[in-house]
Design a protein around this ligand. Structure first.
Ligand code: CP
Length: 333
C-alpha cells in the first residue's frame, strides 16, 4: 500500500477498526463494508421512518461542486436520523471573499458541528479536511476530484447485492461487472472497483476508448476492454458513466456523437446482455451520449433505485460514525 493510502486508512479508521471518517473505499475490509450494507438494509426496510440516532448533532453539507442526488440524500438521511442540518451556500459564503478551506472549517467547528459532508473538485480535499478536524468531528467524502466517491460506491454495492436474486447469482463471487465510459476522470469508477474487489467480485471489466481508460487499470483489479461488444459479453451488471467534461483538458474523444456510436448503451445493444443483466448509472445521465433515454428508464435499469438506496446507505454511515463517537465519549443518543 502506498504511503498516502496508508495515511487515509489510519485517518478514517480508529485503532479498533471502526469508522471515524469516510474518505475512501480503498482499505476498507469486506466485513466492514458488509456491516455498512447490513445496517443500510435495516434502514431501507422502514423507509421514511425517523430515528433519534443523531438527535442533538449538527451536520453541515459543504458542496463546492454541483450535486442533486448526493447532497439531497445526505440531507434526507441526516434529517431521518434527527440531526440538525445546515446546507452551506458555498457561492454565497465567505469562501467567495477569499476565506480558505481551513478558515471555513475552523469557523464552522466553532459552531459545534459534528459531521461535515464535503464535495470538492480537488482530489484529497476531504482527506485534508479530516486532518484538521477536532477529535469527535467526522468528515464524509461526497466526492473529491477524480479520487473517490465512497457513498456512491456503497449505494452501488447495496443495489447490486439487493439484485442478486433477480440476476440469478448467489453472491459477488459469481458476478461479472462492467463499468463503461470515462473511467479516467471518474471517482465513482475508482471507488466502485475498490468496493467490488473487496467484496470478492469474480470479474471487473472497464470498457471505453483508450484515451479514457487509465494506464495500469489492471493493477486496480479491472480488465480493460476497448470495444463495447466484446466487453459486454456475458456480464451481469453494467455500470455506465457520463463523460466528466468538467475534468477534461484537451480532446479525449472525437465528439460526444462518436462516443455514443461506439460506447453508448442503446436498446439494440441491450440485446447483447444476458436476460437477467441489470443496468446502473450514478447519474446525472446524459441521454444520447452514454445511454439511450429508453434504456435509462427501461425494465433493466436500476438508476432510480440507486438514488433511493442512497438515503439508507448514508443513514447507515452517519449512524455508525455517531455511535462510535458516542461510545468514545460515553454519551447516550
Ligand atoms: N451520483 C452523483 O454523485 O450525483 P450528483 O452529482 O447529483 O450528486
Amino acid at each position: 500500500m502506498k504511503a498516502t493510502n496508508r495515511a487515509t486508512q489510519d485517518l478514517q479508521l480508529d485503532p479498533r477498526g471502526r469508522l471515524r471518517h469516510l474518505l475512501s473505499i480503498e482499505g476498507l475490509s469486506r466485513p466492514l463494508l458488509t456491516k455498512i450494507l447490513d445496517r443500510a438494509q435495516e434502514f431501507a426496510a422502514t423507509p421514511g421512518r425517523k430515528h433519534e440516532l443523531l438527535h442533538g448533532k449538527t451536520v453541515v453539507n459543504l458542496f463546492f461542486e454541483a450535486s442533486t442526488r448526493t447532497r439531497t440524500t445526505f440531507e434526507l438521511a441526516a434529517k431521518r436520523l434527527s440531526a440538525d442540518v445546515i446546507n452551506l451556500d458555498v457561492a454565497g459564503s465567505s469562501t467567495s471573499k477569499g476565506e480558505t478551506l481551513l478558515d471555513t472549517l475552523a469557523t464552522l467547528q466553532a459552531m459545534q458541528v459534528d459531521m461535515f459532508v464535503i464535495r470538492h473538485s480537488a482530489s484529497g480535499a476531504a482527506h485534508f479536511f479530516a486532518q484538521h478536524t477536532a477529535p469527535g468531528v467526522s468528515v464524509l467524502n461526497a466526492g473529491d476530484g477524480r479520487h473517490a466517491h465512497p457513498t456512491q460506491a456503497l449505494l452501488d454495492m447495496f443495489t447490486i447485492r439487493d439484485s442478486l436474486k433477480r440476476i440469478g447469482k448467489k453472491d459477488f463471487g459469481a458476478l461479472r461487472v462492467a463499468i463503461v465510459g470515462d473511467i479516467l476522470h471518474s471517482r465513482v469508477a475508482r471507488s466502485d472497483i475498490h468496493a467490488l474487489r473487496a467484496l470478492g467480485t469474480r470479474e471487473i471489466r472497464v470498457i471505453g476508448p483508450r484515451t479514457l481508460i487509465p494506464a495500469h487499470v489492471d493493477q486496480l483489479g479491472a480488465k480493460p476492454y476497448y470495444r463495447l461488444e466484446e466487453g459486454l459479453d456475458g456480464v451481469d451488471v453494467v455500470i455506465l458513466l457520463r463523460l466528466q467534461r468538467e475534468r477534461m483538458s484537451g480532446y479525449y474523444i472525437p465528439s460526444p456523437g462518436e462516443f455514443y456510436r461506439s460506447f453508448g448503451l442503446t436498446r439494440a445493444r441491450l440485446k447483447q446482455l444476458g436476460p437477467h443483466a441489470i443496468v446502473m448509472h450514478p447519474g446525472p445521465i446524459n441521454r444520447g451520449v452514454e445511454i439511450e433515454g429508453d434504456v435509462a428508464y427501461g425494465e433493466r435499469s436500476l438508476i432510480l433505485q440507486q438514488v433511493t438506496h442512497g438515503i439508507a446507505v448514508r443513514m447507515a454511515v452517519m449512524a455508525m460514525l455517531a455511535e462510535r463517537d458516542d461510545a468514545r465519549t460515553g454519551a447516550t443518543p
